[in-house]
Every structure is written in structure tokens, then in C-alpha cells.
Design a binder for this molecule. Structure first.
Ligand code: PEP
Ligand code: MG
Length: 580
């Protein structure tokens, strides 16, 4: 038996057989051919292109009934690309004229196409380079005679299996969840990446960032994922397996027992009422809102509508999606405007951010929306129209300067004017809030609070930007520390800014769903927590056991503490002290 260590996602246990997904070697062989090798090399390439075509057609013919509707469109685009001259004929000419081997010839021509797409201003068209990359990967796999595991992951049912991959995009994760995988482990990735957030929301146990040790896992190995202990066990013996099965069953029983709290209030021992809200990414999240006992939706990540779509969803498609969420929500819904960019790209693809040096600091979220009104305005129109049907609020992500907020408010006014002129019914007085997730906005939170109806603290990005650590780079994950004094001071400051302005402040970053921080956040004055539904019962339980008044002194000490060890000790003290 082997124990491998990475970063656990969720606190659950998954048991299953490994399905190892291969990636074609990124370093492809390059050599020059002799004259008598040329014809064979051309046949080899033709065979590989055909093989890729057959693989895609097989995939299309065997799509499961519950496959997301856009899956077929993905496959069709890839089939069309196989006939594109850049793929179908140009590499053959390169083999013939430059005597380069098939992999090299294919790569050279594909790179030209990718560079062409990179230069396109429209972000949708630009993202088409991802399709080229995927199609070329498929041909390379065949040239390298590697098995086409990519087919399996789309076509096969993965129930009882744990997916093992170098990395998964958020879109991959959704797709594999539809294939019923029990869990997944990856070579790369950290706990606050959007893939990790999705895993929590979909209740899929995972361990990320195994690095080289992932190579010890073979197809069909029996694996145990222990998210709480950041561990993957490979081929555990019977006794250990029985112990983990027992722990898994106990955890499931505890989850069930916490459901009895569903109708109870999230009220502290000293009578303080807390609002517990849900973070929603996917339509399936709506099914569990009521069971989780959510008071509403504190963060609806609308970009997930775009990420698996093959083209930008129209205003009316967005309108229907927003109406659906509003209809299902037990209370108000904070519809966050598009936060595309960095690790969230359209088309489920490998990001065009790979070509940006610092994607997290680049054209993301509100910056992208302000740059591309054709993307932003239809969304705003759809939200204002849908708002008639429920309690919607609008939440702007990644604000960093007041001028961005002013520009946004101007566009909002324009959109409302347009709707009025067109005689289209909409709700005019939708509350507008902002996410405080950039240190500049946190420090100036009082200024933002004066212009907004509510604030929401996005700790995932706030921590990333405050501590200068890329949230998806597992090499620096060890520095990701919600308890860093700078982070705690900023959170405290934002909550106070909201209180002074008389507007609500919620928190929708992952920190809000971690029971280790519940009491601390209550002590800092937070009264609205938004999190993945799966965390909600546990947080409610923690709130109900807490006494804010009794903890005031410890909170003061925490805010004054400087040494990390002292802080850790104070947090333990805070969490151990129950009021009953
Ligand atoms: C955050 O940054 O904390 C947040 C909730 O937004 P996202 O994770 O989608 O960036
Ligand atoms: Mg964010």
C-alpha cells in the first residue's frame, strides 16, 4: 500500500478504482526524414487523423442520455476542424517539402492557426484556439499510439471510479461529474481554484497537487481519497479499507443527521440571528438549496453559463437561466455579473490566459465586462428583466477603483434607459452590491460602501491578491493563509465600513464555509455567510453552539496577535470553547 499526499478538497472519503487519463506528451519528437521515409510518414499522419475522426464519431454515437446538450456541439466542431486544410493538408506538404516528421509537421501548422486565433480581439473567437489544441492533441495521441482515454472520460460511466489526471478544468469537472465519478486526484491544482470550488459544490471528494507521486497510480488500482487528511491511499489492505468504508458511512450518517437542522434558525446562544446563503454555480445546485436550509443565494456565479457553452448565451437564454434560479431560491439572489478570465474561460477550454503573463491580474471580471459592452449589456438586460420574477440583486466582481464602479453604474443606467425606450418590462430598483476582493477596494471599503447597497467579501481573491499568491498555483498554496494578520484586518475593516454606511456585508469566499473560521468571523461582526450548500448544515451547527459575547476577549487577542503560533493557539481556544 502507498500513501500519497496533496491538498484535500472537502472533508469526505471516496473509494474507487483508478481511471488514469493521459495527456499527450507536450514535448513531441522532432526529426528530419530521409527521402524514402516520406510516403510512410504521410500515411502515418493520414491514419492518425482518421483515427481521431473515428474516435470522435464513436464518442458522438455513444453519448449518454444525460450528457449536457452542448457536448454534441463540441464534438461536431472538432470533427469539422479535422477537415480544415491547416490540419488535413498543410502538414502533409510540410512532411513532403521540409522532410519533417508527422508530429513536428502537425505542430508547426497548428501553431500558426493558434497564433492566428490569439490575435483575434473577440474573446469568443479567440478561445477557439482551445479547440485546435484539443484536436491536435487527439491526433498526437494517435500518432504516439497512446490509448484515447479522452474518449473514455466522455463516453463511459465512471460510477465507482476515481479519475486520475494531470489537471482538470472546471468544465472537465462538471463533465466528469455527469459521468458519476466518485472523486478525482490531480498532479496540479490548489484548494481555492475554481475546479476545487466546483468539486466542493458538486460534493466530489478530491486530492489535488500530488505532483510526481501521481505516477505511482495505475489504471484499476483501488484508491481511497481522504480529503480531510489530504491523502490518497493506493491499494489499501482489507483492514484499512474496511476502516475507511466505516468512516465514509459515518460521515454520510452525520450529513444526514445535520439535515434535521434544516428548519432551525442559525441563531447563536446569545440570540444573534445569522443569514446563511448558498453559492450556486450549476443548475443542479438549485435542487439542494432547500434541503440545505439556505436563506437565499449569496453568490450566483453566472460565468458557469458561459464556460460550457459553445457560443455566448443570448440575452433570452440568460434571462431564462436567471428566472429559473430566482424561482428556485428560497430568498434573495445575488446575481454576480460575469467573472470570466484567469482560470475561468469560455468554451470549457484551456485558457487563452496561458498567453497572458499574469492572468489573475489581467482582463478579468468587471474589467473584461467594461471593455466588452457586447458581453456585459445583454447580461445586465437579462438580469433587470428577470428581476421582475424574484428577489434579485446585482453583484459586481473584482472592483478595484471607484471609477470602475462609476462606469458600471453608468452602463446600468444606459441599459435601464434602453429597456424603457423599448417598452420591455423590467425591475428598476434592483439593489447593486460589490464584491470586495481586491486589497485596494478593501482598504477603501468605506468609499465603495457609500455608493453601493451591499458588500460581499470574496476571500478567495482577497487572500490571493493580499498575499501575492496565485490561487491556482499549488507551489505556493502553503502560503495561502486566511489567518494572516493582514487578511484579518482587511476583513474586519470591510465589515466595519459596511456597518458605518448602514449596509449589509456578507462573505462568499471559501472561508465562509469553513467551520474553523465561523466563530472568528462572527466575532469580527459578520452576519451573512454564503457557501457551497454542502457546508451549510455544519456551519449552522457551529453558529448555534457559539456565544459571540463570551468570545469577545479572544477575538480582541486574535486581532492583536502577531506570532502565527499564538494565533493558531487562540483559534483553537476560540473553537474549543462551547457555550453550553
Ligand atoms: C472570491 O474570490 O472569494 C469569490 C467568491 O469569487 P470567485 O471564487 O468566483 O473568484
Ligand atoms: Mg473572486
Amino acid at each position: 500500500m502507498l500513501s500519497l499526499f496533496g491538498t484535500g478538497i472537502g472533508r469526505h472519503i471516496a473509494i474507487g478504482r483508478a481511471v488514469v487519463l493521459g495527456n499527450p506528451a507536450r514535448t513531441i519528437s522532432r526529426h528530419l526524414l530521409t527521402n524514402d521515409q516520406i510516403d510512410d510518414e504521410i500515411s502515418r499522419l493520414r491514419f492518425a487523423v482518421n483515427d481521431a475522426r473515428e474516435g470522435l464519431m464513436h464518442l458522438a454515437d455513444n453519448l449518454p442520455l444525460d450528457a449536457p446538450p452542448e457536448t454534441r456541439a463540441f464534438i461536431d466542431v472538432h470533427l469539422l476542424m479535422l477537415d480544415d486544410p491547416v490540419i488535413a493538408t498543410a502538414p502533409i506538404n510540410t512532411i513532403r517539402e521540409q522532410k519533417k516528421n508527422a508530429e513536428w509537421a502537425l505542430k508547426l501548422n497548428a501553431d500558426k492557426l493558434i497564433t492566428f486565433f490569439e490575435g483575434i480581439e473577440d474573446s469568443y473567437l479567440r478561445s477557439k484556439q482551445n479547440d485546435v489544441i484539443q484536436v491536435v492533441d487527439r491526433i498526437l495521441l494517435s500518432l504516439q499510439q497512446a490509448p484515447t482515454e479522452a474518449d473514455n472520460r466522455l463516453a463511459n460511466d465512471l460510477a465507482g471510479h476515481i479519475v486520475v489526471a494531470a489537471d482538470l478544468t472546471p468544465a472537465d469537472t462538471v463533465m466528469l461529474r455527469h459521468r458519476h465519478m466518485n472523486g478525482f486526484v490531480t498532479r496540479f491544482g490548489g484548494p481555492i481554484s475554481h475546479t476545487a470550488i466546483l468539486a466542493r459544490s458538486l460534493r466530489v471528494p478530491a486530492v489535488l497537487g500530488l505532483h510526481g507521486t501521481i505516477d505511482y497510480i495505475r489504471n484499476d488500482d483501488l484508491l481511497v481519497i481522504d480529503g480531510a487528511n489530504n491523502t490518497v491511499l493506493v491499494a489499501p489492505d482489507e483492514t484499512l479499507l474496511a476502516e475507511f468504508q466505516h468512516r465514509r458511512d459515518q460521515a454520510q450518517a452525520r450529513t444526514l443527521s445535520l439535515q434535521s437542522l434544516r428548519a432551525e434558525k442559525a441563531q447563536t446562544q446569545d440570540g444573534c440571528i445569522v443569514r446563511l446563503l448558498a453559492n450556486v454555480e450549476l443548475p443542479e445546485d438549485l435542487d439542494v438549496l432547500h434541503d440545505a436550509g439556505a436563506d437565499g443565494i449569496g453568490l450566483y456565479r453566472t460565468e458557469f453559463l458561459f464556460m460550457n457553452a459553445h457560443q455566448q448565451p443570448s440575452e433570452s437564454e440568460q434571462y431564462s437561466a436567471y428566472c429559473q434560479v430566482l424561482e428556485h431560491s428560497p430568498g434573495p439572489v445575488a446575481i454576480r455579473t460575469l467573472d470570466l478570465g484567469a482560470d475561468k474561460q469560455v468554451d470549457g477550454g484551456r485558457s487563452n490566459s496561458q498567453n497572458t503573463v499574469n492572468p489573475a491580474l489581467g482582463l478579468r471580471a468587471i474589467r473584461l465586462c467594461l471593455r466588452e459592452p457586447d458581453l456585459f449589456k445583454p447580461q445586465l438586460r437579462a438580469i433587470f428583466r428577470a428581476a421582475i420574477t424574484g428577489q434579485a440583486t446585482i453583484m459586481i466582481p473584482m472592483l478595484s477603483s471607484l471609477s470602475e464602479l462609476d462606469q458600471t453604474l453608468m452602463i446600468i443606467d444606459e441599459v435601464k434607459d434602453e429597456l424603457s425606450r423599448e417598452g420591455i418590462p423590467f425591475k428598476s430598483d434592483v439593489p447593486i452590491g460589490g464584491m470586495i476582493e481586491v486589497p485596494a477596494a478593501a482598504i477603501a471599503a468605506d468609499l465603495f460602501a457609500r455608493k453601493l447597497d451591499f458588500l460581499s467579501i470574496g476571500t478567495n481573491d482577497l487572500i490571493q491578491y493580499t498575499l501575492a499568491i496565485d490561487r491556482i498555483d499549488d507551489e505556493v498554496n502553503y502560503l495561502y493563509n486566511p489567518l494572516h494578520p493582514a487578511v484579518l484586518r482587511l476583513i474586519h475593516q470591510i465589515i466595519q465600513a459596511g456597518a458605518t454606511a448602514g449596509i449589509p456585508v456578507s462573505m462568499c469566499g471559501e472561508m465562509a464555509g469553513d467551520p474553523d473560521y465561523t466563530r472568528l468571523l462572527l466575532g469580527l461582526g459578520l452576519r451573512e455567510f454564503s457557501m457551497e450548500c454542502s457546508s451549510l448544515p455544519e456551519i449552522k451547527q457551529r453558529i448555534r453552539e457559539s456565544d459571540i459575547n463570551a468570545q469577545r476577549a479572544t477575538i480582541e487577542e486574535i486581532l492583536a496577535a502577531s506570532a502565527p503560533s499564538q494565533l493558531d493557539q487562540l483559534i483553537v481556544q476560540l473553537n474549543d470553547g462551547t457555550s453550553d
